[in-house]
Design a protein. Structure first.
Length: 428
């Protein structure tokens, strides 16, 4: 079915928007998505996202709403909560945050007082803006202190320095998680340090939530973490949104619920909650575990090509779905130049700062890329190795149009050979 047939009402009423939708769909069909935080959702999830639940205001929580007419929204949200708790092996879930940043902020305000100290990962070493970057509003309310990697070439966190900082600063919350970090974390060390200073533990697992849910990597709750925050897209392969999970403390869960509503947001977007419920149902299927294992295999295949061709990878490689490459130091191509030339050949990724960045955040030394989206399309290790080879060739020949045209044609052929699937669940 063509896009024009799939959106007949938009086509008839607003051709300008319909044309843009068609353009984006064609871009996604013809190219490869390597941004680690992007993925594709199923047609079933699309249907839920465009459902009649978008019409309904539902301030409050199941059984405790401020408006009437909630007999279906209550059941829907509870279903979504139950599926989230089953996926992550916890007792409580708030599925209302509109995105990952509000989830983090809502968790902070739920369990902390203004002026409290949060110990989180430095942005330049892989952390996220909401982990205390000075440009964010949340730094006006809380005192953020930071830890880093001991060695960017191995990715090892400096846990001794982290402990020393915690003993000195006495944080109320120790935060782990990342936006551009490719190695597994030692969750037990975070928990031990937090117990020593009397802090809560919170893991921002936005990037790797799907891998945790699929059993491909470790679950922080298994080591005693108090809270996990996450987005619901990325490796979890649902619609855009956020979520806060609490391991077993009813007290913490109630504080967080109150922080999200009425503290931070108005009514939940119930159409998005419906779509999350569908996606969580997909993630509970056996095939999702296979998908997550393939994400890791595909990332390792790309890792090997980059290392074999002498391209420095931050952390020395990857234990998850993403890689961060120092293309300026290895190939003499800036992150912005690499992003641009790869976009030309049909590969979408993002420029990214590296640890101890010698350039600027607007044109940094690195690129960040990952395998969730192409794995959704059925790419295997051999496919991903070939993509990595083409990426390096394109960057080395950024000014050679003939080379770029040839690579663009091959990428388009690969994309068409692996179309975005309609469903992620095998027919019963």
């Amino acid at each position: 079915m063509s896009t024009a047939q799939a959106i007949p009402f938009i086509q008839a009423q607003d051709p300008a928007v319909a044309e843009l939708i068609r353009g984006e769909e064609q871009r996604e069909a013809d190219g490869l998505e390597l941004i680690p935080s992007e993925n594709y959702i199923s047609k079933a999830t699309h249907e839920a996202l465009g459902s009649c639940f978008t019409n309904k205001y539902s301030e409050g929580y199941p059984g405790k709403r401020y408006y009437g007419g909630q007999q279906y929204t209550d059941k829907l949200e509870q279903l979504c909560i139950d599926r989230a708790c089953k996926l992550f092996n916890c007792k409580y879930a708030n599925v209302q945050p509109h995105s990952g940043a509000p989830a983090n902020i809502g968790a902070y305000y739920g369990i902390l007082e203004a002026g409290d100290t949060i110990l989180g990962m430095d942005l330049s070493h892989g952390g996220h803006l909401t982990h205390g970057h000075p440009v964010t509003h949340v730094t006006k309310s809380f005192n953020f202190v930071r830890y880093k990697m001991k060695d960017p070439d191995t990715g090892e966190i400096d846990y001794e320095a982290l402990r020393e900082t915690a003993l000195k600063e006495k944080p109320k919350l120790i935060l782990c998680g990342f936006s551009a970090y490719s190695r597994e974390l030692d969750y037990q060390k975070f928990v031990d340090i937090a117990k020593e200073v009397g802090a809560y533990t919170m893991a921002d697992m936005a990037h790797i939530a799907g891998l945790i849910a699929g059993g491909a990597i470790k679950n922080p709750f298994d080591y005693g973490f108090d809270i996990i925050t996450t987005t619901t897209h990325k490796s979890l392969r649902g619609p855009r949104g956020g979520m806060i999970l609490v391991r077993d403390s009813e007290e913490l869960a109630k504080k967080i619920d109150k922080s999200i509503f009425p503290g931070l947001q108005g009514g939940p977007h119930m159409h998005a909650v419906a779509a999350r419920a569908v996606a969580f149902g997909e993630a509970l299927k056996p095939e999702f575990k296979d998908y997550c294992q393939q994400i890791l295999k595909n990332a390792k295949a790309m890792e090997k090509v980059f290392l074999d061709q002498g391209v420095r990878l931050l952390g020395g490689g990857t234990d998850n779905h993403l890689l961060l490459a120092d293309v300026y130091g290895s190939l003499g191509v800036t992150g912005q130049e690499a992003e641009n030339v790869l976009d030309e050949v049909g590969i979408t990724l993002n420029k990214n700062s590296i640890a101890d960045e010698p350039r600027t955040m607007f044109d940094p030394s690195g690129i960040r890329f990952g395998t969730p989206a192409i794995t959704t399309r059925g790419f295997t290790e051999a496919d991903c190795a070939r993509v990595a080879e083409l990426m390096i060739e394109a960057m080395k020949n950024k000014d050679d149009q003939a080379v770029k045209d040839r690579i663009r044609a091959e990428i388009k052929d690969m994309a068409h050979a692996h179309p975005i699937p309609d469903s992620f669940v095998k027919a019963s």
